[in-house]
Design a protein around this ligand. Structure first.
Ligand SMILES: NC(=O)c1ccc[n+]([C@@H]2O[C@H](COP(=O)([O-])OP(=O)(O)OC[C@H]3O[C@@H](n4cnc5c(N)ncnc54)[C@H](OP(=O)(O)O)[C@@H]3O)[C@@H](O)[C@H]2O)c1
Length: 256
């Protein structure tokens, strides 16, 4: 596993968190990586610098998702960076969550924003990317364990449920071109989306207690699973969802 030499990849939301780790791993495996970000240019530059320091190749693409003209900005930047090369790997990773968007408090605006970034953007990015993707390419969507584990953030969970359905339909339709489509579904992972994990030791301990492997996830834990789906080793796997969560809620909490 791991030889992506000569391949290209687009990773959305690669300036921070899980996306940054995915971009770093795909670049370490040899791919030229488009590091997409929305507004945090400094973070995107850090991602690029880390990739280049390790001998990898990457370029940044800025596009705020969920707004008009987002796709035009994204695909103009991608075309510049690829300079005529096709795309091999698309990772739809960027997403937003709102802890306030519960059944009691969610507003229509929360709903529209979440669906625009987490569902509409991956669908139309994929639609626009497909003509650029070589036959035999890879699409990996980053979903969430909230699709099977009920949490109060109902709007976010609904967006990820939609993404799972999207993945499955897409896998079926793109099979004829040999393009695989799989979903990586992280559990509770230490990123800016979950600052409470580092700010609240007791909360982190409770997460460890409900996780068979006894800790919360790190972005690299997720990136390594994405790298599998991007690799030739995963050529016979499509339409699948892999829960990458250290054994979250496998059974009653284990005292350690
Ligand atoms: N962390 C977890 O515990 C966890 C668990 C399950 C699933 N996930 C999923 O894993 C993926 C990555 O999450 P994460 O925790 O790494 O998130 P994160 O640390 O908050 O990073 C989010 C990334 O997405 C980009 N982004 C967000 N909104 C955007 C927008 N409107 N337009 C363009 N870019 C935008 C951000 O760009 P900027 O830097 O420019 O803002 C950033 O690169 C998401 O799909 C998330 O739902 C995470």
């Amino acid at each position: 596993m791991g030889d992506l030499t000569g391949k290209t990849a687009l990773v959305t939301g690669a300036s921070r968190g899980i996306g940054r780790s995915i971009a770093a791993r795909l670049a370490a495996d040899g791919a030229l990586v488009a590091v997409h970000y929305g507004s945090n240019e400094a973070a995107a530059k850090d991602t690029l610098a880390a990739i280049r320091r390790d001998g990898g190749q990457a370029f940044a693409v800025r596009a705020e998702l969920g707004v008009d003209a987002d796709l035009d900005a994204l695909f103009a930047g991608l075309a510049d960076g690829l300079a005529g090369r096709p795309l091999d790997i698309l990772v739809n990773n960027a997403a937003i969550t709102s802890y306030a968007a519960t059944i009691d408090k969610a507003t229509q605006r929360d709903y529209d924003e979440a669906f625009a970034v987490n569902v509409r953007a991956p669908l139309f990015i994929t639609q626009r990317a497909l003509p650029l993707i070589r036959d035999g390419g890879r699409i990996i969507n980053v979903s969430s364990g909230v699709t099977w584990l009920a949490t109060p953030e109902i709007v976010y969970a609904m967006t990820k449920g939609a993404l799972n359905v999207f993945s499955r339909s897409l896998a079926q339709s793109q099979g004829a071109r040999g393009i695989t489509v799989n979903t990586v579904s992280p559990g509770i992972t230490e990123t800016d989306m979950n600052t409470w994990l580092t700010e609240d030791a007791e909360a982190a301990r409770r997460v460890a207690e409900i996780t068979a492997l006894g800790r919360h996830g790190q972005p690299v834990d997720i990136a390594d699973a994405v790298a599998f789906f991007a690799s030739d080793d995963a050529r016979w796997v499509t339409g699948q969802t892999l829960e990458v969560n250290g054994g979250l809620f496998l059974g009653p909490p284990v005292k350690r």
